[in-house]
Design a protein around this ligand. Structure first.
Ligand code: PXG
Length: 290
């Protein structure tokens, strides 16, 4: 297996040497935060937005970042270049560091900053052309006053439980509802619906992660002259939508053609979805021109 270089706390190390302690609270408790970022044509996509969100996640869970934002961006570029990538998927991970077997975060003094760069493993072209099927999970999204979904924490068990339900049902993704029963997001993507030419996506206070891709799509809607509301809605609105799609740094934009066994409209990706997907491609290309 070919070895890639991993950035760990200021150094590039071989994959087999990139190790954290078993006493790291990231390992013991999922105590840490992360970002999933795209690099297109050698440029970090929405660098400021991802790094600001990482800082916000750290603030809420009270991890003191041992680097500046500029140093983190430089570490990402260093990792991408060391592995010879021009396009890559980046996993930026910050753990609380080594502590004891107890929960006391104050005993952890050395947060670990890790950057992993991988070649883009794109989803199959079929997903984008034909769309995917999703199913509602019985696992509800963490309520904000329990663990805010706005924090991109290393503790993804809530999402993983829902993703297991999706796989058991033979679906690619699971639709998660919040504690009020409103539509929230999928396990690793935000959701949009289209009805009568207007778009809708759940608001930040619906217990979602404020997705970077979601916000780009909202911008694209403005540019293209589509109305896009950030408003609460229910599964009824999803079942009866004309179109539905998901957004995320890993998937970019994927059409959804079936939810809980109900075809969305005629069961094919919609025209507005395709228009936004193509505009997203243009947006990325323009952004990557340096
Ligand atoms: N909601 C959740 C819960 C997420 O984890 C998104 C929305 C989309 O956010 P961005 O900023 O990426 O547009 C995410 C992020 C993967 C993977 O490898 C994807 C995410 C997280 C972890 C892994 O598929 N998506």
């Amino acid at each position: 297996m070919s070895s890639i270089k991993i950035y760990m706390n200021g150094k590039l190390v071989d994959q087999q040497d990139a190790k954290v302690s078993v006493f790291d609270h990231g390992f013991l408790y999922g105590d840490g935060v992360f970002e999933g970022i795209r690099v297109y044509n050698g440029k970090i996509f929405r660098e400021r937005e991802h790094i600001d969100r990482l800082w916000d996640s750290c603030k809420t869970v009270d991890i003191k970042m041992p680097m500046t934002k500029e140093e983190v961006a430089a570490a990402i570029y260093q990792t991408v270049e060391a592995n010879g990538f021009t396009d890559a998927y980046i996993r930026l991970v910050v753990t609380r560091g080594e502590g004891t077997l107890g929960l006391d975060a104050h005993l952890c003094h050395d947060p670990q900053v890790i950057v992993i760069a991988q070649a883009l493993s794109l989803y199959s072209a079929d997903f984008y052309e034909k769309g995917i099927k999703i199913v509602t999970a019985s696992t509800i999204r963490n309520p904000s006053d329990s663990l805010s979904p706005r924090v991109k924490s290393l503790n993804y068990l809530n999402n993983i439980m829902a993703k297991i339900e999706a796989r058991v049902a033979g679906c690619e993704e699971a639709l998660m509802l919040n504690h009020k029963g409103d539509v929230c997001e999928c396990t690793g993507d935000n959701i949009f619906i289209v009805k009568k030419g207007k778009l809708m996506t759940p608001p930040i206070d619906a217990c979602i992660l404020e997705g970077v891709t979601r916000n780009v799509v909202i911008e694209i809607c403005k540019e293209l002259g589509y109305e896009c509301q950030e408003a609460a809605f229910t599964r009824h609105d999803v079942y009866t939508a004309d179109e539905c799609f998901l957004t995320g740094s890993a998937a970019e934009l994927i059409p959804v053609v079936e939810v809980d066994g109900r075809a969305i409209a005629d069961g094919k990706p919609g025209t507005i979805t395709k228009t936004i997907l193509s505009a997203f491609g243009d947006f990325v290309k323009k952004d990557a021109l340096r």
